[in-house]
Ligand binder design. Structure first.
Ligand code: ZN
Length: 302
């Protein structure tokens, strides 16, 4: 499933190709993925409109313009593909947006777990779009301070793996990056969230920023189906430290990497580098640090 780095890769690639373009026609080409209530509105509302913004929050993308916000979730296998010229529709295409210069944007999704929804207002604040209002911090957009994360984790008795996957707490992290972030931070995935010390939450924050930053630099991770809008695979799958590597030696200590199912999801970790600990909440100042490099790139959404 595309996570924050893959969705951000798509946003970065497509933005210069579509922002400023005028929509000539928007055509819903299948009855799946596009919300039923807005299927007719999409063609009626978008014709003639110009795309002003293309934003990401968590794993969502929003195409925005005057009086419209078109929300995309890529689900398991959704892809947004830019076509320089009008191109025949292939199977599993759910929406085709044609621009006045002849280029097109196709949304393809073979497994059809993705979602497209139209709102009749410009994106503005993410709070206006209900799906986005429910999301927690976006690691790129908001920055997360170790202290504020530690305070939130204090109220959670679930495992830290489950907390990382909870989109209401931090948006954009899925199964692949949760395993990678916890390995980098040296935290066992079954560690109860409220038991983590301030010092370890600080390490977690750094690992979160560094992992997502590196994954974005490498164009995301392709396990099965992710492709960028030009059809290229990501590059981060060759740099995964633990995800999908159970039974292979840990890159740090050579202990064999383990796998556990936590809340129905496969979780990979090194039993030696990520020991479970009974943490106290003492020590370590948390002020002043932000999430790695990502914290430096704060900007508003909308
Ligand atoms: Zn190890």
């Amino acid at each position: 499933m595309p996570e924050l780095p893959e969705v951000e890769t798509i946003r970065t690639f497509l933005s210069p190709l579509i922002i400023g373009k005028q929509i000539r026609r928007a055509r819903v080409t299948s009855k799946r993925v596009v919300e039923e209530a807005c299927r007719d509105d999409i063609s009626r509302s978008l014709a003639g409109k110009r795309i002003r913004t293309f934003q990401r929050r968590g794993k969502y993308l929003v195409l925005g313009g005057e009086n419209f916000s078109l929300l995309f979730h890529l689900g398991m296998s959704g892809r947004l593909i830019f076509m320089p010229h009008a191109t025949p529709v292939v199977p599993h295409t759910h929406l085709v947006i044609s621009f006045s210069d002849g280029s097109q944007l196709h949304f393809q999704d073979p497994r059809a777990f993705g979602r497209i929804k139209l709102y009749p207002f410009a994106p503005g604040s993410p709070r206006r779009i209900p799906e986005l209002a429910r999301l927690g911090w976006d690691p790129l957009e908001d920055g997360i301070t170790p202290l504020s994360l530690w305070q939130c984790l204090q109220r959670r008795k679930s495992t830290i793996k489950q907390s990382l996957l909870d989109q209401h707490l931090i948006s954009g992290i899925g199964n692949i990056y949760a395993s990678e972030i916890l390995f980098r931070a040296g935290i066992h995935p079954l560690q109860p969230s409220h038991r983590l010390s301030k010092a370890r939450v600080k390490r977690l924050c750094q690992a979160l920023g560094e992992t997502l930053d590196e994954a974005i630099r490498r164009g995301g991770t392709t396990i099965l189906s992710f492709r960028d809008p030009e059809g290229r695979r990501g590059g981060f799958q060759d740099h995964l430290q633990v995800y999908g590597r159970n039974g292979q030696p840990c890159p740090r200590c050579r202990t064999l990497i383990g796998k556990e199912i936590i809340a129905g999801r496969s979780t990979y970790f090194c039993p030696r580098c990520q020991r479970r600990k009974r943490d106290s909440t003492s020590s370590a100042s948390l002020t002043g640090d932000r999430v790695g490099e990502l914290g430096k790139r704060l900007h508003d959404f909308g």
